[in-house]
Write a protein that binds this ligand. Structure first.
Ligand code: ATP
Length: 793
């Protein structure tokens, strides 16, 4: 894991952080609230503080300056300080999800009631039903997207083929004229791309890209605003259709994962906040913890539908996306994946008029007729291909990051983002036309299984092999490279195609359009894999083991490994989609692992790179290296804004108004007004406090609300919790009191100031915590730790 360095300025986040649910960034309001010694660390010092190689200096020791500052604090007025005195203040303010279940009195009451009513068993059955529904609906959405893409692409490429036939003279003698087909091609590319890019940019920017980094961050516990809304799904679906039909170098598999995640989040909640419709079902699943598991199942169902690979889909979700899983979840995820593939198979087979249900997935790489064989002396060659994939993948990731950083700096305007997508689409068509125009690669008809063989400048009974590569969707081109017979292309054709597509895909990933990176990466790999086999065969014509399709497959695996850095799931997906023998798993895994090892030496996989570039506070599997050897007291924040077990409504209102933390320790045994020195008895979330104020759950009017208040009172406002702005000023209730005993989480995880950071990191991550309280031997609060403290201090 590469330590994260913090930028001097906040940068644009996944899409744009413009949700009303997101508080302002710390840097925006933090300065006004600096208290005590917090001023000592100036924002300008921060990058140098964080980028040094050793452990970060203790900025916040209990006995140090912050501790001294605490002694002078008068808690009668809430104290509010810079959310973090480190560079966290200059990063975009992503919030966390509450993966820790708040087992308060209301929750326990509900549990007891359910035990009496034997609801636990029913809840388990309902959970299975939801997973099955997720599989079916995700598959239906995948089918719809696929059918629309296929039909529109068919129309487009048929039209272009006819236009080529009508306008291009057949021999060189009369001169070559590609102008009119070129103009049509440009038009048919930029119209859909412009439409899709405008939808993404103006309606829902979070839908840009593949969606996998966003889903991955969500599953790790980071709240990505608007990621699982219906509007997001609609824009994503239209976005991916327009981009693929427009001919951009991208695919639909990443968006399918995102689509599955949205479907899962929607179905499992039994209500739509967008359409203000509550179906009054699945109420027990309305919290982040439950929703997370469904989202994982949805993501897996999406990948499975995309590749027709249920086991690969489940493994993909576990290997790439999930941060938490258990045995039951794996089972349910697998069932959702199988149901998804089965539904897709039935619908698409029926649509294509097949009666033997053989249409397994959207991403159809075609099955190899003959079992692929290999000799043991080929294993080093596969390894060399893996190393090549690792090098090319690492270079691709680094180039793509540079291009995206350039975009962020120099293309900030919305209309410019749309124009940029159009320019890249035009560039793709122009490069394709130049290749078709300048490379003379004619092959005899009948050999090639491509859907649109074009004669172009070739003789009768011949087709143009360069045009065949370009006049179809990228996915169909991967299929051709895997299955076309030897001798279907010139070496020059494939060499140029590899270079052009490598650059194009690099420029495309990061545009404001919905597109995945899997297909272009596989395509580039298949092209150079086949090319290497052709060149070697040219040099050593007696080497008959050099089957170009086999090497195209290994090249695709190596390139995917180099860019995505996944191994197990990719090999299973490739096996399931191409139907190769299980004995060929060995060469695939050799190529993938070599690619991953080599790539990891230089940088991270593309999804993790995107997460880092956007400064999403993702918790890695292990603590960052510079945290090793530290103790809790060196990373905690103190003084801590606390709330008394029985506190005044007015104080709570003021805390929520002036401070944007999301969790507050609940304390009793407070001497005077020094709350931050009280004894810990629980923790309460900002969202809970807002509901308490909104519903006036005060001690003074307890008899009115107590009978009808339950855990459901809080679930009803989930997931779009109101902001404190929706609570009107409490002038008339200035003396009202709130008793937090039944609302707070009475058993927050507590650690000691001397506990080691790697140890508490494991606790924090394994339990999916949002706040970790640090207490001293007398159970008095010593500090608080959140996910940002494990990343930015
Ligand atoms: P999250 O953003 O993960 O949802 P949060 O909003 O409660 O949680 P952060 O934004 O992560 O908290 O907190 C920023 C900094 O403020 C961190 O360094 C954290 O330790 C500190 N902090 C969090 N809660 C409190 C609090 N109640 N009192 C004082 N400092 C806090």
């Amino acid at each position: 894991v590469v330590p994260i360095s913090i930028p001097a300025k906040p940068i644009e986040t996944f899409g744009e952080n413009r949700s009303e649910e997101m508080p302002t960034t710390s840097s925006a309001n933090g300065a006004a609230h600096i208290s005590g010694n917090n001023q000592n660390l100036l924002a300008d010092d921060l990058p140098s503080l964080l980028e040094h190689n050793g452990p970060p200096p203790p900025v916040n020791t209990i006995n140090g300056s912050a501790g001294n500052a605490r002694n002078h604090i008068n808690d009668s007025e809430p104290i509010f300080h810079l959310r973090s005195r480190t560079a966290a203040a200059s990063t975009p303010n992503y919030e966390s999800l509450d993966y820790e279940v708040c087992e308060n009195t209301l929750f326990q009451e509900e549990q007891r009631r359910r035990l009496r009513e034997r609801f636990s068993l029913r809840k388990d059955v309902i959970r299975w039903i939801i997973f099955i529904q997720i599989g079916i609906i995700t598959a239906l959405i995948a089918c719809t997207i696929d059918i629309i893409i296929e039909e529109l692409s068919e129309l487009k490429y048929n039209f272009l083929k006819e236009s080529v036939a009508d306008n291009v003279p057949l021999s060189d003698a009369t001169g070559r004229d590609l102008v009119i087909p070129f103009l049509y091609w440009i038009l048919l590319s930029i119209l859909p791309v412009a439409f899709g890019a405008a939808m993404v940019t103006y309606i829902e920017p979070i839908t840009a890209g593949s969606g996998i980094p966003q889903v991955k961050s969500y599953l790790n516990g980071v709240k990505i605003p608007r990621i699982v809304r219906i509007k997001t799904l609609a824009v994503k679906a239209i976005g991916v259709i327009t981009s693929v039909v427009g001919g951009l170098a991208g695919g639909k598999e990443g968006p399918m994962i995102h689509a599955g995640a949205v479907v899962a989040a929607g179905i499992s909640q039994g209500k739509s906040t967008t359409f203000v419709k509550d179906f009054r079902v699945f109420k027990a699943f309305r919290d982040d913890h439950e929703k997370r598991d469904f989202v994982l199942g949805g993501g897996a169902a999406g990948v499975s539908a995309a590749f027709g690979a249920p086991i690969g889909g489940m493994l993909f979700s576990l290997e790439e996306a999930a941060s938490f899983w258990n045995q039951n979840l794996i089972w349910r995820t697998l069932v959702a994946s199988i149901i998804s593939v089965f539904t897709l198979n039935i619908v698409l087979s029926a649509y294509h008029g097949l009666n033997d249900f053989t249409f397994t997935g959207l991403f159809n790489l075609g099955k190899f007729d003959q079992p692929l064989k290999f000799d043991y002396f080929e294993l080093p060659i596969f390894m060399i291909l893996g190393v090549t994939g690792g090098l090319l993948g690492a270079a691709w990731n680094s180039l793509n990051t540079k291009i995206n950083n350039f975009r962020k700096r120099f293309i900030p305007w919305k209309f410019a983002k749309v124009i940029e997508a159009v320019v890249v689409a035009m560039l793709g068509v122009t490069l394709a036309c130049l290749m078709i125009y300048f490379i003379n690669d004619c092959r005899p008809l009948g050999n090639d299984p491509t859907i649109h063989p074009v004669q172009l400048f070739c003789e009768d009974n011949e087709y143009n092999a360069v045009a065949a590569l370009w006049f179809q969707t990228p996915e169909a081109t991967v299929r051709s490279l895997f299955h076309d017979p030897p001798g279907s292309h010139k070496i020059l054709t494939l060499a140029m195609f590899t270079v052009v597509y490598y650059v194009l895909s690099c420029a495309t990933f990061g545009l404001n359009v919905s597109l995945g990176v899997f297909i272009p990466t596989a395509l580039v790999g298949a092209a150079w894999g086949r090319l290497l086999a052709m060149v070697t065969f040219y040099l050593f014509p007696e080497a008959e083991f050099l089957h170009p399709g086999k090497y195209a497959l290994i090249g695709a695996a190596a390139n995917l490994g180099g860019v995505l850095r996944m191994t197990i799931s990719l090999s299973v997906i490739l096996m399931e989609t191409t139907g190769i023998e299980s004995s060929f798993f060995f060469p695939l895994i050799i190529a993938l692992i070599s690619a991953k090892w080599v790539g990891d030496y230089f940088n991270e996989g593309i999804y993790d790179t995107q997460i880092q570039v956007n400064h999403v506070p993702m918790l890695p599997w292990e603590p960052l290296p510079q945290y090793k050897g530290l103790t809790a007291k060196e990373i905690l924040s103190s003084p801590v804004v606390c709330i008394k077990l029985r506190d005044s409504a007015h104080y709570i209102y003021k805390v929520l108004k002036k401070c944007d933390h999301n969790g507050f320790p609940v304390v009793d045994n407070v001497i005077g007004d020094r709350r931050s020195e009280g004894r810990v008895c629980g923790i309460i979330l900002r969202s809970q406090l807002i509901v308490i104020l909104l519903k006036s759950l005060y001690v003074e009017n307890k008899r009115f609300w107590l009978p009808e208040t339950s855990i459901q009172t809080f679930r009803d406002v989930y997931p779009r919790y109101p902001s404190i702005k929706s609570v009107r000023k409490l002038d008339d209730k200035i003396n009202y009191t709130v008793d937090l005993a039944m609302f707070m989480n009475p058993s927050p995880v507590r650690v000691n100031p001397h506990d080691s950071v790697p140890r508490i990191f494991q606790i924090f991550r394994a339990l999916g915590l949002r706040h970790l309280l640090v207490i001293n031997n007398e159970n008095r609060i010593a500090g608080i730790i959140t996910r940002r403290d494990f990343i930015y201090k």
